[in-house]
Design a binder for this molecule. Structure first.
Ligand code: 5GP
Ligand code: ZN
Length: 114
């Protein structure tokens, strides 16, 4: 855990998160500033800043959880499609330096994405 990391604090339960699902190594919770209804973030429970910092098994767990969850989120909000993305590094738009995958439900004609 990184002391001043907001996502580590959510994983630890020190600040509230609207948890969508949990595995041994990952946590999924709703984005506080959603781009669309159901916008979900999936994070490894351990603190790693960049995708390349993840051990292979944690990276596999993270993608497995995205794979399992994305269709469920899409169904839950009755969306038409899903955008999945990772902003890996500050210049790519990463604001929280704890690896996270975005699951963003998309709707016919919504005209934009992350
Ligand atoms: P990034 O730009 O790093 O890829 O995305 C960070 C995301 O984290 C943003 O979509 C932002 O709304 C979300 N976020 C930032 N702080 C919090 C928080 O305290 N709780 C939750 N649930 N999401 C947060
Ligand atoms: Zn962290």
């Amino acid at each position: 855990m990184s002391e001043d990391c907001i996502f580590c604090s959510i994983v630890a339960g020190d600040i509230p998160g609207r948890v969508v699902s949990e595995t041994e190594t990952t946590l999924a919770f709703l984005d506080v500033n959603p781009l669309a209804p159901g916008h979900t973030l999936v994070v490894p429970k351990d603190h790693h800043a960049r995708l390349g910092d993840l051990p292979d098994d944690v990276a596999a767990d993270l993608f497995a959880e995205v794979h399992a969850l994305a269709p469920r989120v899409e169904d839950a909000v009755d969306a038409d499609a899903t955008t999945i993305g990772i902003n890996d590094g500050e210049a790519a738009g990463q604001e929280v330096p704890h690896v996270h995958a975005h699951i963003v439900p998309r709707f016919d004609g919504d005209g934009g994405g992350p």
